[in-house]
Design a protein around this ligand. Structure first.
Ligand SMILES: Nc1ncnc2c1ncn2[C@@H]1O[C@H](COP(=O)(O)OP(=O)(O)OP(=O)(O)O)[C@@H](O)[C@H]1O
Ligand SMILES: [Mg+2]
Length: 310
């Protein structure tokens, strides 16, 4: 299934692994191929606008370049908009949602806060412009939560507990879209290190076994170029005393210091190679490898460079 055919993509992964960077790169690639892309995201400190060379993004949808739009979703605002749809009379909805007691109640209701974000992002897939979908694809840059999948469980929770009505109808439609492998997919962003790879494998396993959501691909981000091949890495890390000293950063005079730097690099490349292999073997799906960009990753030039991988 090609990324270009999808209507909704959920980008997830642990905090700081590069979700926003990957979202920006994917959007750039899709837009260059003529797709109208909306990036929906949440969170107080959005970095997307600077990555794409644009002033800060607000809650309204703003164009970020040819074929790319973005919007910052605020859960409380989205919940109030929902309330207005459900309660219909705006003034009453305001009273309910701006009352600090009910406000607290809605925040505490399990899943409702998450649904406000995810449901609003999903809603953008239903928007029409002159009878045609306004956006070809919505990329949702999901907030880093304890477990990236909690948010994806929410439509199901709503289906289980909420009586028929607008909220339930929307959750049903969203759930259907998210399960449709020809229209939706999850992108799991990872790093070529032990912990992130273990967590990504768990995430993909849960995605497949429990939620049965289609996986679009796993992106392994920030990969260092290899200076050494496997035999050289083996040779460099073979001397355990030198390896230990290098690992501890023990002070050495040249030329040992240069050798120690080589040993550290070889060890790092080895960890990287093993983790890429481990992740690929475990998921057996499509993986995209992105290079580590020194200094430019958060800039429009860096995003353009990364976009070539999608
Ligand atoms: N391929 C890369 N090479 C070098 N630096 C990168 C790369 N990808 C991301 N970074 C840098 O890593 C940092 C985190 O990236 P980003 O903001 O995309 O992560 P995130 O997963 O969205 O984080 P958060 O969970 O805080 O939203 C940024 O400073 C970014 O520029
Ligand atoms: Mg981010």
């Amino acid at each position: 299934m090609s990324l270009d055919q999808r209507r909704f993509v959920f980008v997830t992964g642990k905090g700081g692994v590069g979700k926003t960077t990957v979202t920006a790169a994917m959007a750039t690639a899709l837009a260059a191929r003529g797709k109208r892309v909306l990036i929906a995201m949440s969170g107080a400190h959005e970095r997307l606008s600077s990555m794409l060379g644009h002033p800060a993004i607000g809650h309204d949808v703003v164009p970020l370049g040819t074929n790319i739009w973005a919007t910052l979703i605020d859960a409380n605002r989205a919940m109030q908009e929902y309330g207005e749809l459900v309660i219909k009379v705006r003034a009453i909805a305001r009273l309910v949602f701006e009352n600090r007691y009910t406000h607290g109640f809605f925040r505490a209701a399990p899943g409702l806060h998450d649904w406000a974000l995810l449901g609003k992002a999903w809603w953008h897939t239903t928007e029409l412009l002159q009878g045609q979908p306004r956006y070809d694809i919505v990329l949702f840059d999901a907030p880093a939560t304890g477990h990236g999948l909690d948010m994806l469980r929410v439509p199901k929770v709503i289906l289980d507990v909420v009586p028929p009505g607008i909220l339930r109808r929307d959750a049903e439609q969203a759930w259907e879209l998210f399960h449709d492998a020809s229209k939706s997919g999850v992108v799991v962003v990872s790093l070529p290190e032990d912990m992130p790879v273990t967590e990504s494998i768990e995430l993909v396993t849960a995605l497949r076994s429990e939620l049965e959501f289609p996986l679009e691909r796993v992106v392994i981000n920030a990969i260092f170029p290899n200076l050494f091949d496997e035999a050289e890495r083996l040779a460099l890390t073979a001397d355990s005393a030198l390896f230990e000293a290098a690992r501890r950063g023990q002070h050495m005079a040249p030329p040992e210091a240069a050798l120690a730097a080589g040993v550290r690099r070889a060890a790092r490349e080895d960890i990287q190679a093993r983790n890429i292999e481990r992740l690929r073997n475990a998921i057996g799906g499509e993986t995209t490898l992105l290079p580590f960009l020194l200094g430019t990753a958060g800039t429009p030039a860096g995003i353009r460079e990364l976009s070539r991988h999608f």
